[in-house]
Write a protein that binds this ligand. Structure first.
Ligand code: HEM
Length: 422
């Protein structure tokens, strides 16, 4: 067994934040190794796993613990206390079945229709705007889609505020291991949204409001765990939010998708004309652009991995971005090429922008199908239903900062509807 090579330093957090999504691949190259260790977030030792084999190990529930490993600040802002993301074992599998039960054919078809219709209905508004910032426009539009899909009552005059609160929470994953000046505003946003949703859960349980069966609001309000207990109303509000806050976060992929079409103009015609192209395009956007950087876990037992000993209790990090750009898994990983998904084998361990493994037993994202559907419909809309210009702007995607952004947000102007009236 060989020792694991180290990135020396008592605490490399600042270096991680400075090098961003490229920190792990920089270290792998520098140290000439697949697996390395580093110290970060208060000097804690982490072993960094990468690639398909790294993901396979990370999603082995017998060997890896997830509960208790997410940074506290992220739990307080992004996920919520007691959220599905923070629990393991029987309790997790029980509650995860509730989330997965929302992914019915009917609910997936509905989110497709909502996305298509809301974009169409939004055309006139965008035509009347001097410039449209796609990042901002889609966060608001997806707030409409998400609240409607979840069966939650969101008055029109509140939509902009809810969208902003969601955006603040989603952004808070920049808080990994540092003093984060947005921490308070993020916690305030969370409190406002939790209050609003808890009220609707209480009213649903009392029979004062009547969300349709099959909606997240109805199903979470009436759900009982394997011991026959309902969720307390606050935890229920937190997990209700976990069904549509991440849906709103798809706005980041929408902005990246627009950039991908702009920089690869031949894809636009293919999205319009080739039946499966929007699907392949959506998959490639999720693979190519920076969103979730890493995921944390811990070894439950002594593990041997790629010729290294990893002791029980070792903190582990799955390098999500690195795996999505791993040369062993993806040919020319730094090229944007939707065609690569023509022959993809559907492995649960290489395309992991939303986690990997099994939906029902691992922490893999419950909303992956929704994400692909929303991306397909949104990209089809922009490719075929409107014309627009892209003015000069700063389109840099800065890989050295987490989370990844297009500096300008992606701005379009002169929006016009394309209608074939013949
Ligand atoms: C921008 C799109 C999205 C991204 C980047 C994303 C990313 C992720 C990631 C990285 C995880 C954790 C995987 C792990 O810990 O192993 C996760 C879990 C989760 N996601 Fe998503 N997600 C997205 C969209 C959605 C949507 C649309 C929903 C709506 C249902 C959703 C609901 C969830 C839930 C409930 C979990 C917790 C699963 C569990 O702990 O078992 N996500 N997501």
């Amino acid at each position: 067994m060989s020792t694991i090579k180290k990135d020396k330093g008592l605490d490399n957090t600042l270096k991680v934040l400075k090098q961003g999504y490229l920190y792990t691949s920089n270290q792998r190259k520098r140290l000439n190794t697949d697996v390395f260790e580093t110290r970060a977030i208060g000097g804690n030792r982490f072993v960094v796993l990468n690639g398909k084999e790294g993901a396979e190990l990370f999603y082995d529930n017998d060997r890896i613990q997830r509960e208790g490993m997410l940074p506290k600040r992220l739990v307080n802002t992004l996920f919520g206390k007691g959220a599905i993301h923070t629990i393991d074992g029987k309790k997790h599998i029980d509650r995860k079945a509730l989330f997965m039960s929302l992914m019915t054919e009917g609910n997936l078809q509905y989110v497709r229709e909502l996305t298509r219709n809301y974009w169409l209905a939004n055309t006139q508004r965008m035509e009347n705007m001097d410039q449209v910032n796609i990042y901002r426009e889609s966060v608001v539009l997806l707030t409409r889609v998400g609240t409607r899909w979840a069966g939650v009552q969101a008055p029109e005059e509140e939509i902009e505020r809810i969208a902003t609160d969601m955006d603040i929470m989603i952004d808070s994953f920049k808080a990994i291991g540092t003093a984060f000046k947005g921490y308070k505003s993020s916690k305030d946003a969370r409190r406002r949204v939790e209050d609003w949703l808890e009220d609707q859960i209480i009213q649903t349980r009392k029979g004062k409001i009547h969300p349709p069966e099959g909606t997240a609001l109805y199903e979470l309000s009436h759900w009982e765990d394997y011991k026959g207990n309902p969720m307390d109303s606050r935890t229920c509000a937190i997990d209700l939010m976990n069904t549509f806050r991440p849906l709103i976060a798809i706005n980041r992929f929408v902005a990246f998708g627009m950039l991908a079409m702009y920089e690869n103009p031949t894809t636009v015609e293919k999205i319009k004309t080739e039946p499966d192209y929007a699907y392949k395009f959506a998959q490639e956007v999720r693979r190519f652009y920076p969103f979730v950087p890493f995921l944390p876990g811990m070894a439950k037992e002594d593990i041997q991995f790629k010729g290294h000993d990893i002791e029980k209790g070792t903190r582990l990090v799955l390098d999500v971005y690195g795996t999505l750009h791993d040369e062993n898994a993806w040919e020319n990983p730094n090229e944007f090429r939707p065609e690569r998904f023509e022959n993809w084998d559907g492995s649960p361990f290489d395309l992991i922008p939303q986690g990997g493994g099994d939906y029902w037993t691992n922490h893999r994202c419950a909303g992956e199908w929704i994400t692909i559907i929303i991306m397909e419909e949104t990209m089809k809309y922009f490719a075929s239903r409107i014309s627009f210009d892209v003015p000069e702007q700063d389109l840099t995607v800065n890989l050295n900062s987490i989370p990844g952004y297009i500096n300008s947000g992606f701005i379009i102007e002169n929006v016009r509807e394309k209608v074939n009236r013949k």
